[in-house]
Design a protein around this ligand. Structure first.
Ligand code: ZN
Length: 273
């Protein structure tokens, strides 16, 4: 599909981003550029058998319905606060294969989450989510930690598999798994009323000693100031998590580099054309 004006804008955004930082950067895609069929297909494939999508309505197996796209225009702030389901595909998540990139302003693929959708997947209270929480032996030889994540979608087994591979890696890589920040905690995201994905047991933080978090590096007197990107996590670690269905918080302008969360729909979603 050829969409010249939008493509030109995108190229302009890339050029501006590269000129602005002097480093390779992501383009922002602030337009309503969601590829609807591709996004719906990715969501259905990521969470098979749980719901159907017909036109603008997502219907869960128990009959509950949700609106796919409410048609409201949202700025970056509103996308985080009150996104519809379609908005979760606003930014295309780049994979490790695309290399070490510096996110452009407000480029936050995966940070946009429709909370009602996740409550339906994992539970809508600490007690609900807690019914599915399992212990995972994390780096049993090196670190001997037990961490908690949900069994839903085999997330506990996926994390166990990551642990096995990470533990067999050379020490200069396996050390990024030591001192893990942890998995399941029912809590809001710092400074917001929104639930963290840790609340659903679907996120995991690796070594807190190598963590960089945008919130700590923001300009506190002038919050509009560009946040400098920082990261100490190697792509080999990122790749390992991505292979097992997790996205990385280091792909975000509002970065959280120790953070990984299970979001297969974003790993599956690619725009056509
Ligand atoms: Zn986290």
């Amino acid at each position: 599909m050829i969409d010249h004006p939008r493509r030109l804008l995108l190229q302009l955004a890339i050029v501006l981003a590269i000129c602005g930082t002097g480093r390779l950067a992501y383009a922002t895609d602030a337009g309503d550029g969601v590829d609807q069929p591709a996004a719906k297909a990715a969501l259905l494939k990521a969470y098979p058998g749980l719901f159907t999508i017909s036109g603008n309505v997502l219907t869960w197996a128990d009959g509950t319905t949700m609106v796919w796209d409410d048609g409201k225009a949202r700025d970056a702030e509103a996308l985080l606060e009150s996104p519809d389901i379609e908005d979760m595909f606003r930014y295309v998540y780049p994979t490790a294969a695309e290399g070490a990139l510096v996110p452009a302003e407000d480029f936050d693929p995966g940070r946009i989450r429709n909370e009602a959708f996740f409550e339906k997947l994992y539970g809508k209270s600490a007690a609900d989510v807690g019914k599915h929480i399992a212990n995972v032996k994390w780096l049993p030889k090196l670190g001997k930690k037990t961490v908690q994540v949900t069994k839903v979608f085999g997330i506990n087994d996926r994390l166990g598999k990551i642990s096995d591979v990470l533990e067999a890696m050379p020490a200069e890589l396996s050390r990024y798994g030591l001192k893990p920040g942890g998995g399941f905690v029912w809590r809001p995201i710092a400074g917001t009323n929104r639930l963290s994905v840790h609340s659903f047991g679907a996120a995991f933080d690796i070594n807190v000693g190598f963590s960089d978090y945008w919130y700590n590096n923001r300009n506190k007197t002038n919050p509009k100031t560009h946040i400098p990107f920082k990261n100490r996590i190697p792509l080999k670690i990122v790749e390992l998590f991505e292979k097992n269905g997790f996205i990385w918080g280091g792909r975000w302008y509002h970065y959280d580099t120790m953070h990984f969360e299970y979001r297969p729909e974003l790993l599956l979603y690619k725009k056509s054309g």
